[in-house]
Design a protein around this ligand. Structure first.
Ligand SMILES: Cc1cc2nc3c(=O)[nH]c(=O)nc-3n(C[C@H](O)[C@H](O)[C@H](O)COP(=O)(O)OP(=O)(O)OC[C@H]3O[C@@H](n4cnc5c(N)ncnc54)[C@H](O)[C@@H]3O)c2cc1C
Length: 507
């Protein structure tokens, strides 16, 4: 992998967030060396952002030897618990997945730590991120003799590439340069268009805080807790202490809908009000002692019309937020992006003559999106493996958008009668263990029918093949099915999954 800018590369990765990093690490692991990864920022961001890694993502990360440091650094959450006051409504119990994965928990870890684990692995494989390097033009190569796509950088230098990976986030420059539309599957609106309605989506507060030690008495330190109340919801997620905190105090992520008059960024006093309202009267007060970081943002939903497109004789492919965005409900965003990236890199490695034995997107997979949004036709000339990647991952993204919209809507209900009905339904649904397991399964991203043998919980740092556990017992390949079923089941209120296969949803 290049540490200075060459004139040509097989794969140019624009963006070194989790998606770009996971793509680069997977390519290097597979043996592809002609890879350049660059990022506009001088250094990686140091705010926590996405804080949950689900089981299937960890399985995939393990195939590129990145799971172990994340498991070691993170907190193993046994469930996502939804409660009103002291009454537990629903528990999505990840421990019940122990026969399906070696990671039967959600790993709670800040995105900064996730990115640094990926970057450490990249460095160990001989890779480097070129920073600060911003791509300002992407166009088909016009120089005689040059093939592929030419990227022009802010300082005027150029590089040609056969494949350009747009891992450059929600407002992706690469996606725009390729002319790929980005829109909400339901409304068809692009939430990032210059004339977009700035009030669309869901406003959310997000803050990392230090709480008084009394918090541990009322909020589990080994679960993701969602407290429902008249103000909507408050999500409380325990996170590992900051690496440089001498006192090694527990960090808590707070997230909730804001009140209209709330200032931005939300201050300590406001967060205290939210916490008091969610916890109700307690013997011992829980105080917000320090706000490490806080922000208000709007969760929007959109998916790219396709995740692959020809540009001249080269190909543009998208992964992560460049390809899809959605509400953070259920912590799906970064997870989906990392899994996109590993699948994409496997497909690219295969095309470039470095086949991995892990199942790449298969050209023959018939993915049923069960969605009203039909995948637009990908331009002719895109390799069948990349077309399959696009079809499969796009269907997955649409399914996640549906589920996260539903979760955001349900947790955000404010009127008393609507909350009563929701709570009653949640209480009834939440009783049987079978349903606890099914809901956990849907969040985990695990494909249907997986089973692992006796090595549950052990990270093996398996090779790229992903076969350490045996392909018969766990297929790291993600089908689009599980979350689609989740959406269907959640919408019809039964919690029942349809039968799924590796190639799509069967009625
Ligand atoms: C405040 C905040 C809170 C969040 N909370 C959650 C959460 O709780 N749960 C959750 O699942 N997700 C959350 N997210 C979303 C999560 O952070 C994203 O899903 C994730 O970062 C996407 O990763 P990515 O690699 O696709 O893109 P990004 O992380 O956005 O990385 C894109 C990279 O591309 C670089 N880049 C952009 N343009 C160019 C260019 N022209 N040239 C070179 N480089 C370029 C950028 O500098 C950036 O480093 C949050 C995001 C934010 C901002």
């Amino acid at each position: 992998m290049e540490s200075t800018l060459p004139s040509h590369t097989d794969v140019l990765i624009v963006g070194a967030g989790p998606a770009g990093l996971a793509t680069a690490v997977t390519l290097l692991t597979a043996g592809v060396k002609s890879v350049v990864v660059l990022d506009a920022l001088e250094q990686g961001q140091n705010i926590s952002r996405a804080v949950v890694i689900h089981a299937q993502t960890m399985e995939e990360l393990d195939t590129i030897a990145c799971a172990a440091p994340m498991v070691e650094r993170g907190i193993k959450a046994s469930s996502l618990l939804v409660r009103t006051g002291n009454t537990p409504l629903l528990r999505m119990n990840f421990t019940l997945l122990k026969n399906m994965t070696r990671f039967p928990y959600a790993t709670l870890i800040s995105q900064t730590d996730t990115e640094s684990a990926l970057e450490d692995r990249l460095n160990a494989l001989g890779g480097r991120i070129l920073r600060p390097v911003s791509v300002t033009v992407i166009a088909p190569s016009s120089d005689p003799g040059a093939t592929g796509i030419t990227a022009t950088l802010a300082d005027g230098r150029t590089i040609t590439a056969s494949y350009v990976v747009g891992a450059d986030g929600a407002r992706s420059f690469v996606r725009k340069a390729a002319g790929i539309a980005f829109r909400d599957p339901k409304t068809n609106e692009d939430p990032y268009a210059p004339d977009a309605d700035t009030t669309s989506g869901w406003p959310l507060i997000i803050a990392d805080v230090i709480l008084s030690p009394s918090a541990a008495k009322y909020v589990s330190e080994s679960d993701l807790s969602t407290l429902l109340g008249p103000r909507g919801f408050l999500l409380l997620v325990p996170l590992p202490p900051l690496k440089d905190d001498p006192a090694q105090r527990r960090v808590w992520r707070m997230s909730c809908p804001p009140e209209p008059d709330n200032v931005n960024p939300p201050r300590l006093a406001y967060l205290q009000t939210i916490l008091d309202a969610a916890l109700g009267k307690r013997k011992e007060k829980v105080t917000v002692e320090e706000v490490l970081w806080s922000s208000r943002f709007r969760a929007r939903s959109a998916v790219a019309d396709s995740f692959a497109a020809k540009m001249g004789s080269g190909t543009i492919v998208l992964a992560g937020d460049a390809a899809h965005v959605h509400s953070p409900a259920g912590g799906q965003g970064m997870n989906l992006g990392i899994r996109d990236s590993i699948a994409l890199a496997r497909a690219l490695a295969d095309i470039l003559g470095f086949p991995t034995s892990a199942p790449a997107a298969s050209a023959s997979s018939a993915v049923s999106t069960k969605s009203s949004t039909k995948a637009p036709k990908i331009a002719d000339g895109v390799d069948a493996r990349l077309r399959a990647y696009s079809d499969q991952r796009r269907a997955q993204a649409i399914a996640v958008i549906k589920v996260t919209k539903l979760m955001t809507w349900a947790t955000g209900l404010k009127s008393r009668p609507a909350r009563r009905v929701r709570n009653a339904v949640g209480w009834v649904l939440g009783r049987p263990k079978k349903i606890e397991k099914r809901m956990a399964f849907r969040l985990s991203g695990l494909p249907a029918g997986v089973q692992v043998a006796s090595d549950a919980g052990k990270s093996t740092n398996a090779s790229i093949s992903g076969t350490a556990r045996g392909e018969k017992t766990h297929q790291p390949k993600e089908t689009s099915a599980s979350l689609q079923n989740g959406a269907a089941a959640a919408q019809n209120g039964t919690g029942e999954a349809e039968k799924v296969t590796d190639t799509g949803v069967q009625a």
